[in-house]
Design a protein around this ligand. Structure first.
Ligand SMILES: *Cc1c(COP(=O)(O)O)cnc(C)c1O
Length: 358
C-alpha cells in the first residue's frame, strides 16, 4: 500500500475558477497562467482541463511550454520571460510560442531568426524587474521595424507590483504610465492584469488579462481567503493519521520540545512534513481538518510528520484522513500561519506527493 499522502486535484473547481476569471475580465480575454507546474497542480493536467476554454496559456520558460506541446496541446503559449537564447526564438516560431520581449539584448536574436514568433513588448511601469522603460518603447518599435518584423508585435504587457493591496495607488499609477507609453499604437493589444486586478473595482483589463493564482482557488489579495472571493480550492492536500496517543500533562511533542501539554491531551501524528512541502514555519494553532472538525497543529513540523491536537475529535483513529489544506481549510489560512502566501505553498508541494486528478 502506498502512503496515503496525496494532493487531490479538482478539475471542475479549476474550470469554475477559470470561468470566474473570464467573467471578471469583462471584455478582456483571460490567458491562463500555468507556470511552475501549474502552480504545483501538474501542468499537463491543468493544460488539458483548460485547453477548450483558455484561448492562450502563459508560462515562465520554454521548458514548461514544451511540456504542454508534448502533451499534444496546441493552444498558443506566451513565454512571460521571452527568449533566453537565439535557439528559443527558433523553437518558439516552430511551436507557436509567443515571446514577451523585455530587453535590448533579445532584439538581435529576433532580427537574426528566419521566422519570427508572435511578439509582446514588455513595458516597465515601475516594478523594475523586466521591461523597457516607457521612453524607450519607440526605439524598440523602430528597431523591429528596420528588421522587418514589427508586424509580428501583437501587443504590450506590463505587470503590477502592488495589486494584492486593493487600496494601493500604485496600480493606478502603473496603469496610467502604461497607457501613456503605448498610446502611439492603439491598434495593438494591451495586457496588464494578474489575478488580483480582476478584483479591483474599476480596474480596466483591456484586451488580455493574466490570471494565475485565482485559477487554483487561492486568494491574490492580502488578508482575504479564496472562497470569500467566489473561488473554489483546486488542491486538497491530504494525509493519514499514523499514530494516536494521549500525552500526560507536562509531556511534550516533537523537536525542540516546543509544545508541552498543560493537561492530558489526545494527539495524533500525521504522515506529512516539510519533505512533502508542508511549511515548517506553520506553528502551533495552524488549522487542519479531520472527521468533519477543525483541529490544530501542535509543536514543530518535521520532515515526514507533524502533530495535531485531537481533543476535539475523540473518535479519530490511525488511518483517518487529515486535510492539511483544501475544501475545509483554505491554503491562504495555512499560509498566514506560516508567514507566507498560498502561491508558495501550492508550488512547493514536492514530487513525493502524488497528484491525484478528480
Ligand atoms: C505569474 C504572472 C502572472 C500571474 O500572477 P497571479 O498573481 O498568479 O495571478 C501574471 N503575469 C505575469 C507577468 C506573471 O509573471
Amino acid at each position: 500500500m502506498p502512503r496515503a499522502t496525496v494532493a487531490r486535484i479538482d478539475m471542475d473547481a479549476l474550470r469554475h475558477n477559470y470561468r470566474k476569471a473570464s467573467e471578471l475580465a469583462g471584455d478582456a480575454r483571460a490567458m491562463a497562467v500555468i507556470k511552475a507546474d501549474g502552480y504545483g497542480h501538474g501542468i499537463r493536467d491543468v493544460a488539458r482541463a483548460l485547453q477548450d476554454d483558455a484561448p492562450k496559456f502563459a508560462v515562465a520558460c520554454i521548458e514548461e511550454a514544451l511540456v504542454i506541446r508534448e502533451a499534444g496541446i496546441r493552444v498558443p503559449v506566451v513565454l512571460l520571460q521571452g527568449p533566453h537564447s537565439p535557439e528559443d526564438v527558433v523553437t518558439s516560431a516552430r511551436e507557436n510560442f509567443e515571446l514577451v520581449i523585455h530587453s535590448d539584448h533579445q532584439l538581435p536574436w529576433l532580427a537574426g531568426a528566419e521566422a519570427t514568433p508572435v511578439l509582446w513588448i514588455k513595458v516597465n511601469t515601475g516594478m523594475n524587474r523586466l521591461g523597457f522603460s516607457p521612453e524607450h518603447i519607440d526605439g524598440v518599435m523602430s528597431s523591429l521595424s528596420s528588421a522587418g518584423i514589427v508586424r509580428r508585435v501583437t501587443g504590450f504587457v506590463t505587470h503590477f507590483a502592488c495589486a494584492d493591496d486593493a487600496g494601493s495607488d500604485r496600480t493606478t499609477e502603473q496603469t496610467e504610465c502604461f497607457l501613456r507609453a503605448v498610446e502611439p499604437w492603439p491598434e495593438l493589444a494591451k495586457s496588464l492584469g494578474n489575478s488580483a486586478a480582476h478584483f479591483h473595482d474599476g480596474q480596466a483589463l483591456f484586451d488580455w488579462s493574466r490570471p494565475g493564482i485565482m485559477l487554483y482557488g487561492a486568494s491574490p489579495l492580502i488578508g482575504r481567503l479564496g472562497p470569500d472571493l467566489g473561488l473554489r480550492p483546486v488542491m486538497t492536500l491530504e494525509a493519514e493519521l499514523t499514530s494516536v496517543r494521549t500525552l500526560k500533562a507536562g509531556e511534550f511533542v516533537g523537536y525542540g520540545a516546543s509544545w508541552t501539554a498543560s493537561e492530558d491531551t489526545r494527539m495524533g501524528i500525521v504522515a506529512i512534513g516539510y519533505g512533502d512541502g508542508y511549511p515548517r514555519h506553520a506553528g502551533t494553532d495552524t488549522p487542519a481538518w479531520v472527521n468533519g472538525r477543525r483541529i490544530r497543529l501542535i509543536g514543530r513540523v518535521s520532515m515526514d510528520m507533524l502533530a495535531v491536537d485531537l481533543t476535539q475529535v475523540p473518535d479519530a483513529q490511525p488511518g483517518d484522513k487529515v486535510e492539511l489544506w483544501g475544501r475545509h481549510v483554505s491554503v491562504d489560512e495555512v499560509a498566514q500561519h506560516a508567514g507566507t502566501i498560498g502561491y508558495e505553498l501550492l508550488t512547493g508541494v514536492t514530487v513525493r506527493v502524488p497528484r491525484v486528478r478528480e
